[in-house]
Design a protein around this ligand. Structure first.
Ligand SMILES: [Fe+2]
Length: 280
């Protein structure tokens, strides 16, 4: 890929009184080719649909949707095609990046169409949103290769007057769950060395951890979100399913760089969750 490819696409945000940007993060949807398939007893297509209904009813005026990986559990063309058709019905711009269960090439072939784009930076008002691929073929853990680090650096260098939100699948710092931290980003030093040179970075948004999470490193917020299907119990040494309902993260980005954010979940836990499963 040529360096110019990493330039952010300019989108015209909806008119708001003071240039507030509204974003929704949906993550770890784990769809399958077979729409009847379940993960730990939950039909992941049903819970994804329920979350998209929540987006429509409560966040329909959002400027963009961010989908931060593990979008299709079996990386099937059918799973990505089904996801794209659902996203298209929202009629909102969507930016997607891959997780360890995705195959980036298949994902971009079947998701990348119309308002749904994969791994494309975007500029909205005075914010730039940078989408990175932290996946490594055949591995659950994450790594940002030299090309991804270059994309990060270029987008920050080219947009010195924009606040920056950086999105990737894998969490860049430990979250206090040993099993999950074994599959975190494995080169956070290289990642943060770049970030530390650009004071306009406001937040890092990740998927992967299937739980609400917030941390702070220097002046940069690190945010994680619930999955649209199964949830992992925070601070557990081993895999453990939480009984919280599926959810999403909403964000409001102000012109001065301030971020308001929170979690919204389905009002009730879908029935049939099998809490006894030992992994996913
Ligand atoms: Fe996941």
């Amino acid at each position: 890929m040529k360096p110019e490819k990493s330039r952010p696409l300019h989108l015209r945000p909806k008119r708001t009184a003071h240039a507030l940007l509204r974003l929704v993060q949906v993550t770890d949807c784990h769809l399958y080719a077979n729409p009847g398939r379940c993960l730990a007893g939950l039909n992941t297509l049903d819970t994804f649909d329920a979350i998209l209904d929540l987006v429509k009813t409560e966040f329909g005026s959002s400027d963009i949707i961010l989908a931060t990986g593990d979008l299709v559990h079996d990386a099937s063309p059918l799973g990505y095609t089904r996801m794209r058709s659902r996203f298209e019905k929202l009629n909102l711009p969507v930016r997607c990046l891959p997780g360890n269960h995705d195959v980036p090439e298949v994902m971009s072939q079947y998701l990348n169409q119309g308002k749904v784009r994969t791994l494309e930076a975007v500029q909205l008002h005075n914010w730039v949103i940078i989408m990175l691929d932290s996946t490594v073929p055949g591995r659950e853990g994450g790594h940002l290769n030299s090309r991804q680090l270059e994309i990060l650096e270029q987008n920050l260098a080219q947009n010195p007057d924009c606040h920056a939100l950086i999105c990737l699948h894998h969490h860049p710092l430990p979250i206090g769950s040993a099993w999950m931290d074994r599959m975190a980003l494995d080169n956070p030093v290289s990642f943060f060395q770049i970030i530390d040179r650009f004071p306009q970075v406001r937040a890092i948004l990740c998927g992967h951890i299937h739980q609400e999470y917030e941390d702070m490193r220097h002046q940069v917020r690190i945010l994680g979100a619930p999955s649209t299907c199964i949830q992992f119990t925070p601070l557990f040494e081993q895999f453990n399913l939480d009984r919280l309902p599926p959810g999403l993260r909403w964000l409001e980005l102000e012109q001065d760089g301030t971020i308001s954010t929170g979690i919204k979940r389905l009002s009730a836990m879908p029935t049939k969750l099998d809490i006894s499963v030992a992994g996913y």
